[in-house]
Design a binder for this molecule. Structure first.
Ligand code: CS2
Length: 491
């Protein structure tokens, strides 16, 4: 197997698609925080295609690592050794695949070297977009849309001379740019949140206000925060995946990623300092992303959650295996077509029936084999975005929300041992509090429905929903998910 670096690019196996542009000519114009699998399978792949177009060499990516830990150490080492190159394998449902050696990330700056270096990199006038994948729960914006200034992570960062959170790093860089007369950059959220640009604005400007009111006002005026809908299934990567991907590519890559062949990115066209010609490589630009986000979050992501919690309890671990279960497939299909679809206001070019069919087909892709535990993790940040609006609307309209009560019961059951290391089901959630744990381990269903995660859903107050939830929770313990599901589907 051939190791991956600039020097070996020309010698990689023939079927590995290589950068068709000169990497030496590329300069970073985008800085990305959160260079995980999703970013590398999605945005980095779009930018790879842009760099192949004439006149786009100023839009390379510099990856920024802002978290300490073993993962960051490994990533820094892989980026160093491989000249920031990595492979992406795209698997189509029919078994065909495309392997790319991606060169669009041209530099990597890690906080392990020092946070000052990360901030300094962002003061470079050539950086005109700072994009982010910091997870749904990473914005510190509460259910009422307020930035949580009193959260310990944020409060501590506000006292630091050299900040360490995304908010501190970006606002410090903007402060320096402003003082030096360098213009602002666009802050582009790529996380699965409804109106993610607005959430990002609340968070970053909220942090800036607390440090320096003038800076906050300047940011509100000058910095743009476009909303964006991002979509591509990119599973977690373990040691066995690295081995398999490398065997298949013939490249000894320390950090390969893989994904489905489907990809979508819809962005609000609001960039204060220019942008790459992404429209030429399939990215949709529009003035209103909200309807696209709504369809994606409430259909694809919510279907994922629905499948994951019930699927895990039924003994499945992979998405393609779970969706092959007749009961689970019916649950997801009915949930999408009968519960969610009638509540949506989709964009003119989206047919929700076709969308639902596509979601199911994407889940069936056997080569992707996405992990239910990945999807089930982080539920406290995901459920209010993916499922909350649907449940709230169903209850307001007096409609049947049995399937959603079942999913919440399955969630609660999977989360009995959340963040545990011994259980059968390994789900993690950084946001779980002692209050959450106590309710999840207890036997009072009302205590669970009254948790902060469900604030505003109306679930605790709705007698029918609460009854369903209580009876499903009991049933899951007594007779198991398969049997309870059969009852849910019968109606
Ligand atoms: C998943 C997403 O984490 C989840 O809950 O639903 O990561 C999903 O795979 C992506 O949003 C697909 O675009």
């Amino acid at each position: 197997m051939i190791p991956l670096s600039n020097a070996t690019l020309d010698h990689l196996p023939q079927d590995v698609l290589k950068p068709s542009y000169s990497r030496a000519d590329v300069r970073p114009g985008i800085a990305h925080i959160g260079v995980g699998n999703f970013h590398r399978a999605h945005q980095a792949h779009y930018v790879e295609q842009v760099l192949a177009l004439p006149g786009q060499a100023e839009w390379g990516i510099v990856g920024l690592g802002i978290r300490h830990g073993r993962r960051e150490e490994e990533r820094r080492e892989a980026f160093r050794k491989q000249d920031s190159l990595f492979t992406l394998t795209e698997f189509a449902s029919d078994g065909t695949k495309a392997i790319h050696a991606i060169g669009s990330i041209v530099e990597y700056v890690s906080c392990l070297d020092e946070y000052e270096g990360v901030i300094h990199r962002l003061t470079d006038p050539a950086i005109r977009i700072v994009s982010l994948t910091i997870t749904e729960g990473g914005y510190y914006v509460d259910g009422q849309g307020r930035f949580q200034l009193d959260h310990p992570d944020i409060a501590e960062d506000l006292t630091r001379d050299v900040p360490q959170t995304a908010f501190g790093i970006v606002t410090e860089a903007l402060k320096r740019r402003r003082a030096a007369g360098v213009g602002p950059f666009t802050v582009l959220s790529c996380d699965n949140l409804q109106e993610n640009g607005k959430v990002a604005r609340t968070a970053f400007c909220g942090f800036a206000d607390a440090r320096d009111a003038e800076l906050g006002a300047w940011m509100r005026e000058k910095v743009t925060f476009p909303c964006a809908m991002v979509d591509r299934i990119a599973p977690s990567i373990g040691a066995a995946d690295i081995e398999r991907l490398d065997r298949e590519s013939g490249v000894a890559d320390m950090m390969p990623v893989y994904s489905e062949d489907f990809t979508q990115w819809v962005i609000e066209n609001s960039f204060c300092a220019g942008r790459p010609a992404l429209e030429k490589v399939g990215v949709q630009f529009t003035s209103d992303v909200a309807p696209y986000e709504q369809v994606k979050l409430r259909m694809l992501n919510a279907a994922h959650s629905t499948l994951a919690y019930a699927g895990l309890l039924m003994g499945y671990r992979r998405v393609d295996k779970a969706i092959a279960d007749e009961g689970l497939a019916t649950l997801v299909e009915t949930f999408l077509n009968e519960d969610v679809a009638p509540l949506l206001t989709p964009p003119a070019d989206v047919n929700v029936t076709d969308y639902a069919r596509l979601v199911l087909n994407r889940f069936r892709n056997p080569e992707v084999g996405d992990q239910l535990e990945r999807i089930a993790s982080g539920g406290l940040a995901k459920l209010p975005v993916f499922l909350g609006p649907t449940v709230k609307q169903l209850l307001e309209k007096g409609r049947d929300a049995r399937r959603e009560a079942f999913t919440l019961a399955c969630w609660a059951e999977c989360y009995r041992d959340v963040n545990g290391t011994t259980g059968d089901i390994r789900v993690s959630d950084p946001q779980v509090t002692e209050q959450d744990k106590a309710a999840l381990q207890g036997e009072d269903p009302q205590a669970i429905l009254g948790l902060p995660v469900f604030a505003g859903w109306g679930v605790a107050e709705n007698a029918t929903f609460a009854e369903h939830f209580a009876s499903f929770r009991k049933g899951l313990k007594k007779s198991g998910a398969k049997e309870v599901l059969a009852g849910v589907l019968k109606g």
